[in-house]
Design a protein around this ligand. Structure first.
Ligand code: FES
Length: 494
């Protein structure tokens, strides 16, 4: 068995696997340590990774503006063509841009990595969430879980191709006739304040009122469109708002099937569960480079526009990508057919290079501990000498282990030093491998963010502040008061 390979997939479920978040397989996954576990990451030069994680507004402004322009243009054409057959292709394009191309925009902006500036990410995320009938807060937390427990049966709420796969569900799925009505029903229930068990499973209690408020906004907007239809005795308003979330969804499935379908479940190495596929530039625009899906799961802090470059950096550590959509579909259809007969069947010949990689999760102590080299500054017994001031460069973060405690030492672009606990308070990620933008550190695992000067969380899923320790530069050395730091608290979980 290779590192991270399946440990419960072979348990075999007679009828099909139990994908419920509250079912037996969910409990089994917890027992077997498959939740919020350590994941493989390929080795990469830290400076290069830092470069790749850099955020830019330019590409996202260009790609968002082009998407919206195409959406409006196809909508205008569809309106002008009403009453003729030309309306069919016009609505097909409009629907694909609305209910299909919104998906990668929802995804990238949900990670907060599309734009450098924060608010456009939130605006586009909210818009795309509505277009896809995805309640923003609920789906934000659902996606956090997807990244923590990728394709872990009973834990990942976003497994779209369960084993055994029912081929007769393809057409209804491509028209959103299975998930769509369920999502509408759930929105209606949430608007009434009734929260289902699955939602409670991964959305924190304190976020539930927000789920209710958002569901009510969705109901109001959709209700207004329905009233408009009734008032004008016409279905046209719904063809523009509401129904594209059904007839345009085929594009979501067309791309999304390539991400994980047919690959291993219950593994702790994304290289077994996630696929990269080469696509042409048009597809890559529509899909916002999510065809580099394996790279995205390995480094969720790298924005979509840098994924092709990231792929070049790490591809020798990854299985060979599929060379085209056709190549990917060939593998997927074979796997889904075989797994229909035998849910434990796995794709043969998927070569995954053997290497240790590096770990994203933090540890409490390390052989690299500075404890032995540390000196307590003369006359400053209560302070610890972390070393020379250039131990960390402007705009960078470094990890420091002292006895049983991991810290992250930051130096902002304006040369302010800060020291915080080094392990994210949401999960177990090592913050020193995250993206530092002035005084904001972004966790490498779920894109949660903290202000390093105050420790305050500034972006979900991070909610609990980081402990901070004042750093002083004395004679070119960094001195810090670590009193009371003690062992780090357990992670808060997702
Ligand atoms: S581990 Fe989830 S945001 Fe840090």
């Amino acid at each position: 068995m290779k590192t991270g390979q399946a440990s419960i997939a072979s348990a075999g479920d007679p009828v099909g696997r139990d994908y419920r978040l509250t079912g037996e397989r969910a409990k089994q996954a917890v027992r077997l340590g498959l939740t919020d576990a350590e994941w493989y990451r390929p080795p990469i030069d830290p400076d290069r990774l830092r470069e790749l994680m850099t955020r830019r507004n330019g590409p996202a402004i260009r790609d968002t503006a082009l998407w919206l322009a195409l959406l409006v243009a196809s909508g205008v054409l569809a309106y002008l063509a009403l009453g003729s057959w030309w309306a069919v292709p016009a609505f097909a394009v409009y629907g694909a841009l609305y209910g299909g191309a919104a998906d990668p925009r929802w995804h990238e902006n949900g990670h907060g990595t599309a734009f450098k500036t924060r608010w456009p990410n939130d605006v586009v995320y909210a818009l795309a969430s509505f277009m896809l009938l995805r309640e923003p807060t609920l789906w934000r937390w659902s996606h956090v879980r997807h990244h923590s427990d990728t394709i872990i049966v009973g834990r990942d709420p976003e497994i779209s191709f369960p084993r055994p796969f029912r081929f007769r569900s393809v057409l209804p799925n491509y028209l959103n006739l299975i998930s769509g009505p369920r999502m509408l029903l759930r929105i209606g229930q949430h608007a009434l304040g009734r929260i289902d068990e699955d939602t409670r499973e991964f959305v924190p209690e304190e976020e539930l009122p927000r789920v209710v408020r958002e569901a009510r906004v969705f109901v109001v907007i959709l209700g207004a469109v329905v009233v408009w239809c009734l008032a004008t005795v016409s279905i046209v308003p719904l063809l523009f708002v509401g129904l594209p979330s059904f007839y345009g969804v085929w594009l979501v499935w067309f791309f999304a099937i390539t991400q994980h379908a047919g690959l291993n479940e219950d593994v702790l190495d994304h290289r077994y569960s996630t696929r990269t596929v080469y696509m042409n530039p048009v597809f890559r625009f529509l899909y916002l480079n999510m065809n580099y899906h394996l790279e995205h799961h390995l480094f969720p802090s790298v924005p979509y526009h840098a994924l092709p470059a990231l792929h070049e950096e790490v591809k020798q550590h990854l299985p060979a990508p599929k060379t085209s959509m056709f190549d990917a579909y060939k593998e997927i259809v074979l796997a889904l057919r075989m797994q229909r007969r035998n849910p434990d069947w796995e794709i043969p010949g998927r070569e995954v290079p053997e290497d240790a990689g590096y770990r994203i999760n933090g540890t409490r102590a390390s052989s690299r501990s500075l404890a032995t080299s540390m000196a307590v500054a003369a006359g400053l017994e209560s302070r610890t000498d972390l070393g020379p001031a250039d131990i960390v460069m402007p705009g960078q973060v470094t990890r420091i282990d002292i006895e049983d405690h991991t810290y992250a030492l930051y130096r902002t672009r304006r040369n302010a030093y800060a020291l915080t606990d080094g392990i994210c308070t949401h999960g177990s990620a090592d913050l020193s491998t995250g993206h530092l933008d002035d005084c904001i550190i972004e966790c490498p695992k779920h894109n949660g963010r903290f202000n390093v000067l105050t420790g305050e969380p500034v972006r979900r899923p991070a909610k609990i502040p980081l402990a901070t320790y004042p750093v002083e530069v004395v004679d070119g050395r960094l001195l810090v008061a670590l009193r009371g730091s003690g062992p780090q608290p357990a992670a808060a979980g997702s």
